[in-house]
Design a protein around this ligand. Structure first.
Ligand code: SF4
Length: 370
């Protein structure tokens, strides 16, 4: 079955830097945003002439803080996508900081049908230590207002932040579940160069240990399962029918464009990377101009990638499709690896997947296939 394409748009502007963040984001004034969105529209248009057309059904505004764009700017970008790509909008997501003053009706009128809020925690103490610029109360008001306009709301919760503990994390998951149909739970990754990294290294703050972070994950999952959510990927939970269609494209190796500075895409078997520099991006270094860095994925690497990505999902790897794509017998080709993975992963009919209670060990199993 031919898979549909997705489009990711990177909006690299934020009003401040969260202490743990190592994403590509900068502060920007309205002029910067204007020049950037103009370049983004040029890239969207140019990319359409640069590769074969394919049905595209998801659009994801990520960042950064895409909700810094006005609904008019977002509508304009969506219109550019419609004009140049074979776009039938199944899902248009905008990531947003949970700010009560956001124009939710305007976003809906612009064509957006899913909002993903970076809440991270409903503990003010945890939010403050993480350098977030909202309070738990503001997040609740924003979610309440958004829920009056949008049916499809996602909330990000971050685990392992300083000051967090399993009970507080579970309480955050419960509050998030009250307003949303999709919850992403990410473990903090302490990255060198971030303000939090320095504070931890100099002993100014402490992180919960790994066991406590895993306990938080389990406590959150228990609350979410009780409320009808199901886990469909290691970090993602939803009510039935509210799985993120866009993110699933990454795990099943569908094609996607990544537009904007620091965005990357996967088109025609190649991965490409736009520069992590607004100046270079504005100067025209992008996929559509054919000047983005590219990496050709060999069939061997593509096969490994397919297994590793599928191991993150509850569904797992669909063996008949894999065997057709890579012209092999899965069980024979990976006999050694399957034997070594046997206590963590299982073959169940046509699927190869992590055992339900072992999903958190997927990276250890993935390493067997590298
Ligand atoms: S809002 Fe998101 S992208 Fe911006 S600084 Fe915070 S974590 Fe980074």
């Amino acid at each position: 079955m031919k898979k549909t394409r997705g489009i990711y748009l990177h909006i690299p502007f934020c009003t401040g830097k969260c202490f743990y963040c190592d994403f590509f984001s900068v502060s920007g004034n309205p002029n910067d945003i204007f020049s950037y969105t103009a370049a983004l529209k040029r890239e969207i248009a140019a990319a359409a002439c640069f590769t074969e057309k394919a049905t595209t059904d998801t659009l994801y505004f990520g960042g950064g803080t895409p909700s810094l764009l006005s609904p008019v700017e977002i509508a304009d970008i969506i219109e550019t996508v419609r004009k140049h790509h074979d776009f039938s909008a199944a899902e248009i997501t905008v990531e947003a900081n949970p700010e009560p003053q956001l124009d939710f009706k305007g976003l809906k009128a612009a064509g957006v049908n899913r909002i993903s809020f970076g809440v991270q925690s409903f503990s003010d103490e945890v939010l403050k230590t993480a350098g977030r610029r909202h309070t738990a109360h503001e997040a609740e008001i924003a979610l309440e207002k958004a829920a009056k306009v949008f049916d499809n709301i996602s909330v990000d919760i971050m685990l392992g932040l300083p000051g967090d503990a399993p009970e507080a994390a579970a309480a955050s998951a419960v509050r998030a579940a009250g307003f949303s149909k999709h919850i992403s739970m990410y473990m903090l990754k302490l990255e060198p160069g971030t303000a939090m990294y320095e504070r931890v290294k100099t002993g100014k703050i402490n992180l919960p240990d790994e066991d406590a972070a895993v306990d938080s994950y389990d406590a959150c999952m228990e609350e979410l399962l009780k409320r009808g959510f199901h886990r469909y990927e290691i970090s993602n939970f939803s009510l039935p029918g509210f799985e993120s269609r866009h993110n699933q494209k990454y795990w099943d190796r569908s094609e996607y464009f990544g537009f904007g500075a620091a965005a990357h895409g996967f088109i025609a078997g190649k991965r490409y990377f736009n520069p992590s520099s607004i100046a270079r991006y504005l100067a025209g270094e992008n996929y559509g101009a054919g000047r983005a860095e590219e990496e050709v994925i060999s069939s061997e690497e593509a096969a490994k990638e397919a297994i590793i990505l599928a191991l993150r999902t509850e569904k797992g790897l669909y063996i008949p499709e894999f065997e057709e794509e890579f012209d092999c017998n899965f069980r024979l080709r990976y006999a050694e690896e399957l034997k070594s993975a046997a206590s963590f992963a299982e073959q169940d009919g046509d699927y190869f997947r992590m055992k339900h209670d072992k999903l958190l060990f997927e990276s250890a199993v993935a390493r067997l296939f590298i």
